[in-house]
Design a protein around this ligand. Structure first.
Ligand SMILES: [Mg+2]
Length: 235
C-alpha cells in the first residue's frame, strides 16, 4: 500500500460537524453576509455566485420578479435547508466559512485518532489524499483549522466532485490516474458502502469506517478508527 485516500464526513470527521456546525453557521450569518456582499461589485466571485443563485432560484420558481437582497436571503435559506447542490451556494458558504475559521468561530472537527495516524503514515512515506463531496476549498479550510493545528499540510491530494460523483467507478479511475500509482496500492476509507463498492470496482483496497452512528456493512471489512487500519491489512 502506497497511498491512503479518505472521505471526510463519517471518516475523518463527525457528520454532526457539517450538519450542526457548518450549515447552521452559514444560515445564521447570511444576513450580515448579504449586507456586506450583495452590492459589493468588487468581489467578482461572489457576484457570479449570486447570479447563479438568482438563475437557479428563478428556474426552481423560488421567487418571481426582481432578485433583491431580501429575496436572495429567502432563496439561499431554502437552498441550504434543502441541501441543494449548487456551485454558487457552495462558493458563498466557502466564503462565509473562511471568515468563520479565520476569526476562530469555527474549529475543524477531526476524530482524535486522525492526527496521530496521518502523521505516522506520512512518516512511513505513504501518500495521503482526501476525496469528499465538500469542495477542495472547504476541505482545506477544515484541515487547516483543527484543534490539533494544521493537518492540511500532511495531504498530497485533495479531490472533490470535480473528478466525478463519489458513488461512480469512473471517479476513482480518474483519481488513480492523477495519483499515478497502481490501483491496488491505494486504500480508500469511507463510511458509505456505495462509495466503497465503486472504489473496489476501480481496483482500490477498501475499508469501512464504522464510527459512532454508522451501520456496519456486511460487504466490507469494518474498522472503528484509523489505528486499526494496519492491523486489518496486516501491513
Ligand atoms: Mg462519508
Amino acid at each position: 500500500m502506497q497511498c491512503i485516500l479518505m472521505d471526510v464526513e463519517g471518516t475523518t470527521t463527525s457528520i454532526h460537524f457539517v450538519h450542526d456546525i457548518l450549515f447552521p453557521f452559514s444560515k445564521d450569518n447570511l444576513i450580515s453576509f448579504l449586507e456586506e456582499e450583495f452590492n459589493n461589485k468588487t468581489n467578482t466571485e461572489i457576484q457570479l455566485a449570486l447570479q447563479e443563485v438568482a438563475k437557479v432560484g428563478l428556474e426552481e420558481k423560488l421567487y418571481s420578479g426582481q432578485f433583491n437582497q431580501e429575496i436572495a436571503l429567502r432563496v439561499l435559506i431554502h437552498m441550504i435547508k434543502n441541501d441543494m447542490k449548487i456551485k454558487g451556494l457552495k462558493t458563498i458558504q466557502g466564503f462565509q466559512w473562511q471568515k468563520g475559521y479565520e476569526q476562530g468561530k469555527i474549529i475543524g472537527h477531526v476524530y482524535p485518532d486522525v492526527p496521530e495516524c496521518l502523521q505516522e503514515w506520512k512518516e512511513k512515506g505513504l501518500k495521503l489524499g482526501i476525496y469528499s463531496s465538500g469542495s477542495v476549498h472547504a476541505q482545506k479550510l477544515l484541515f487547516n483549522h483543527t484543534k490539533y493545528g494544521n493537518l492540511q499540510d500532511l495531504f498530497d491530494y485533495n479531490f472533490d466532485t470535480e473528478v466525478g460523483h463519489k458513488r461512480e467507478v469512473n471517479s476513482y479511475k480518474e483519481i488513480q490516474k492523477k495519483i499515478n500509482l497502481p490501483s491496488d496500492e491505494i486504500l480508500f476509507l469511507s463510511d458509505i458502502p456505495e462509495e466503497l463498492e465503486a472504489a473496489k470496482l476501480a481496483g482500490f483496497k477498501v475499508l469501512q469506517l464504522v464510527r459512532a452512528g454508522t451501520k456496519p456493512s456486511p460487504d466490507f471489512t469494518g474498522i472503528r478508527d484509523f489505528t486499526e487500519v494496519e492491523d486489518v491489512l496486516g501491513e
